[in-house]
Design a protein around this ligand. Structure first.
Ligand SMILES: Nc1nc2c(c(=O)[nH]1)N[C@H]1C(S)=C(S)[C@@H](COP(=O)(O)OP(=O)(O)OC[C@H]3O[C@@H](n4cnc5c(=O)[nH]c(N)nc54)[C@H](O)[C@@H]3O)O[C@H]1N2
Ligand SMILES: Nc1nc2c(c(=O)[nH]1)N[C@H]1C(S)=C(S)[C@@H](COP(=O)(O)OP(=O)(O)OC[C@H]3O[C@@H](n4cnc5c(=O)[nH]c(N)nc54)[C@H](O)[C@@H]3O)O[C@H]1N2
Ligand SMILES: [Mo]
Length: 767
């Protein structure tokens, strides 16, 4: 058989080291590791300045995750950042530079042999660059020529819908608002974003049931909660500052239930590096009850818990369900109960892979604790039944009336630091009628009404030659998307791909026939415009909008800010068709904020309130039990249990993040908490599945997926014996994305099923 040619370099990693997963998260090693990371990449003055200004009232918002700051009235605690935030800052504030000379020296072909880690470590891009048709190397281009060129290509399209404008969730409110405004004035709603592959299922599931697409809790709710469930989330790695909140909750007496196929280190013990006792003490045990669910077993588990709660309620009526709340505030209770009565808790327990005794223990904890708060992330959303998973969580909260009261509610934990804000600003393939009307009256144009492409549809349209220009405001769609080879072919089909980026990534190397890189300022950097020093604003995972102001000297004199890039592009593309004074807006972000205030609810006195310490909170009805659904009620839903049966030899694969990466940016090759070092092409397998497949730890396997009769293959993964349920297997994102089928997604939200792909494995015989 002919060996397939891969888009990404595939190294056979020979020196992978496996040790026991760690029992304690954060602690001293993590802190030393932050400093090692910073000092390795920056000179020490720059490094200290960066770290001293991270998450401070006058400094910049951490460019890593969206977890809120613990001191809303004034972010002042020294070192209010975590190890992984420090890595993100070091990555952006690095001293390394990617100059035109660098691009002249290294061809696309050569750079395509480098790993993601090596690509990212090359440094900050200093000038706009163009890859001309058929050329082997990027060459410099002036900003003006770049904008003229892109504008010409956009204006030559047969329809504005032949262009796609992607956004990654680090983009500020100001840049995001201008960007969607430009795209809509240009004439399309093709605004896919990283959220389409992330919390889209959360947005859909929550909007339908409670009337708002976001969570209902604030940080202070953690400190008065009686019971916290953490489902499908690995906070030790992805939201490390959440561990301080969980620790504080525990010290105040809360119980914690964790639900995950892997017993992540954070669930065991946590030592808080910000307190003396964190350095010397034994640490806080986080999880009281760990439910080791099978991959995609969450609905079965939640239903089994609700069946047991129903039994308890029937035995002692009025003691388990919050009848008053259910009667006054909800719809659909009878249908839910009717469905639960058709279920068999033993069959459900088996489908979830959890002993019935543990399910009963979870139900008893829920019955005995009034204020319940449920957190979740990608383990819940990235499945074909992602929306239903979210709705099942809502069912449990509603049964207990645990929503809209202090210490209780829904807490989807967001990913990128401003992904929630981007949505609030209108980055979405849907243009809601209210925003459409506001944009039209404030900017004097007719906005398109047709729904645009989401991420999956955009890639499919590229394949069908319906997309000629792909423009990307940050991010790395090629590697973030499912089905890497399919997505790569789609990118190559475009005439022009344009990336607004800080650092090189694979999407600069697998491109349309022509490609342009527009290098932008990072969040850590000073942003000086005609109107003086500018700051931007972001919305965290809990709906608080606050400012972020860079302090470091920009990586190069040639960089433009993201708002200015949008302004110049809009001005070049729209010419005299627009009635918006783009360049004035781009030069003074107070003016952009005034426009946001005019168009988007909740931003009254934006310029004044955003300057207050700690920022301001956006309106959230369900937080006060005012459900914003059409009928003003919260809705129970009936969600079927997904069929998880596997044929002999099949395994259900979930793709997860290591401790050394931020999405497609790979900081290093270690996953310290899980005890894996020097490599990322690993497959974490259950011992019995290893025996059935005839493999041992250290063997290499090829992985295959077979969705809709299409075979996809990912070669050379090293087998790691891991504590994971039988039938489940875990690999890292983005290495395993080649296996995730583009057409396997949640039909309600289009979220790719990157946490449940059926695979088979084949041992690689060493010759
Ligand atoms: N340092 C760092 N921080 C980050 C990121 C990063 O890459 N690095 N990424 C950011 C982004 S964009 C996001 S969205 C978040 C992601 O944050 P997380 O959602 O925590 O990230 P993942 O690693 O994708 O894994 C989720 C967890 O779900 C579990 N899981 C997998 N399948 C299932 C399942 O079927 N059911 C259940 N119950 N659990 C399952 C996995 O074992 C893992 O513990 O983090 C953000 N923060
Ligand atoms: N199989 C699988 N696939 C997944 C996931 C998974 O768990 N499994 N997770 C999904 C999730 S949750 C998400 S959010 C997506 C992530 O998808 P994306 O947001 O598209 O990917 P990132 O890796 O976060 O983007 C990194 C790039 O952003 C650029 N960048 C960094 N900072 C800035 C900045 O300040 N400005 C600009 N303009 N550019 C900047 C850098 O050039 C960097 O290379 O991936 C999804 N894909
Ligand atoms: Mo995400």
């Amino acid at each position: 058989m002919k060996k397939p040619k891969y888009t990404l370099p595939i190294e056979r990693e020979e020196n992978i080291k496996i040790s026991k997963p760690m029992d304690t998260a954060v602690g001293v090693t993590a802190v030393t590791s932050s400093f090692a990371n910073g000092f390795g990449q920056m000179d020490w003055i720059r490094c200290s300045k960066a770290f001293l200004n991270l998450n401070q009232t006058k400094g910049f918002d951490c460019p890593s995750c969206a977890w809120p700051d613990p001191k809303p009235s004034g972010r002042s605690s020294i070192a209010e950042y975590c190890e992984n935030g420090a890595k993100a800052v070091a990555e952006e504030a690095t001293d390394a530079r990617v100059t035109p000379e660098f691009f002249a020296k290294h061809s696309i072909e050569e750079m395509n042999t480098w790993s993601e880690r090596k690509l990212g470590k090359t440094g900050r891009i200093t000038e706009p660059m163009i890859l001309r048709k058929g050329a082997s190397h990027y060459e410099p281009i002036s900003w003006d020529d770049a904008f003229t060129h892109i504008a010409k290509k956009l204006n030559e399209l047969a329809s504005p819908d032949e262009a796609v404008f992607y956004t990654s969730g680090r983009t500020s409110n100001e840049a995001a608002f201008l960007y969607q405004l430009f795209v809509r004035q240009f004439g399309t709603n093709n605004l896919p974003d990283c959220s389409n592959m992330c919390h889209e299922a959360t947005g859909k599931g929550l909007s339908k049931t409670i009337g708002i697409g976001k969570g209902t809790v604030k940080l202070e709710d953690f400190y008065v909660a009686d019971l916290i469930m953490v489902i499908g989330q690995n906070p030790g790695t992805n939201h490390p500052r959440m561990l301080s909140a969980l620790q504080k909750a525990k010290r105040k007496g809360a119980k914690i239930i964790t639900v995950n196929p892997l017993e992540e280190t954070a669930f065991k013990k946590f030592k808080n590096p910000q307190e003396i006792r964190g350095w010397i003490g034994g640490g806080t045990q986080i999880s009281d009850l760990f439910l080791q669910v099978k991959v995609k077993g969450d609905i079965a588990l939640l239903k089994a818990i609700m069946c047991v709660l129903l039994e308890m309620e029937e035995a002692n009526p009025g003691t388990v369900f919050n009848q008053a709340f259910i009667e006054q505030q909800t719809e659909g209770f009878d249908a839910l109960i009717a469905d639960l009565k058709t279920q068999d808790k033993w069959i459900l327990a088996d489908a979830a892979g959890i002993p019935i005794g543990d399910i009963e223990a979870a139900a008893a904890l829920i019955r005995d604790h009034k204020r319940m708060l449920i957190c979740w992330a990608m383990g819940i959303t990235q499945h074909e039944n992602g929306v239903q998973n979210v709705q099942e969580i809502v069912n449990l909260l509603l049964l207990r009336g645990s929503i809209g009261i202090p210490g209780a509610g829904a807490c989807p934990v967001r990913g990128h630091s401003n992904v929630q804000g981007d949505r609030t600003m209108g980055i979405w393939e849907h243009l809601k009628p209210a925003l459409k009307e506001k944009l039209e009256t404030n900017f004097n144009f007719e906005a398109p009404s047709a729904v645009g492409y989401n991420a999956v549809q955009a890639i499919q349209a590229m394949h069908e030659n319906k997309v000629r220009v792909f423009f990307s405001m940050g991010g790395n769609l090629l590697l973030a998307a499912p089905d890497t080879e399919y997505t790569a072919d789609g990118m190559r089909n475009c005439d022009l791909t344009v990336m607004v980026s800080t650092k090189p990534n694979r999407n600069h190397l697998v491109t349309g026939k022509e490609a342009i890189i527009l290098p932008c300022l990072g969040r850590t950097e000073l942003d000086v415009q005609d109107a003086g020093n500018q700051f931007v604003s972001v919305e965290n995972s809990m709906g608080i909008v606050h400012k972020s102001e860079g302090v470091l000297t920009p990586a190069s004199d040639h960089l433009l800010s993201e708002p200015m890039i949008v302004a110049k592009l809009a001005s070049a593309t729209l010419g005299n068709k627009t009635k918006t004074d783009w360049l004035t807006l781009g030069g003074n972000y107070d003016l952009i904020r005034a426009k946001i205030e005019a168009c988007i609810a909740g931003f009254d006195n934006y310029n004044e309130r955003v300057r207050r310490k700690g920022g301001f909170y956006l309106p959230n009805g369900p937080r006060e039990q005012k459900f914003t659904t059409a009928d003003g009620k919260a809705h129970f839903t009936v969600n079927p249990v997904p069929d998880n049966t596997l044929k002999a030899g099949e395994l259900l694969m979930t793709t997860i993040r290591s401790h050394d990466q931020f999405n497609t940016t790979i900081y290093g090759d270690d996953d310290r908490y899980r005890g894996i070092a020097n490599g990322r092409r690993v497959a974490m397998m259950n011992e019995e599945d290893m025996q059935a497949a005839g493999v041992q730890q250290g063997d290499y396997i090829d992985l295959y997926s077979h969705f809709n009769q299409v075979e996809r293959m990912a070669p050379h993964f090293m087998v790691v014996k891991y504590n994971i349920p039988k039938g489940s297997i875990a690999t890292y994102f983005p290495e395993a994305n080649v296996l995730v089928p583009i057409d396997q997604y949640d039909k309600k939200s289009y979220t790719p099923a990157s946490k449940s792909v059926v695979v088979t494995v084949k041992k690689v015989e060493v010759v």
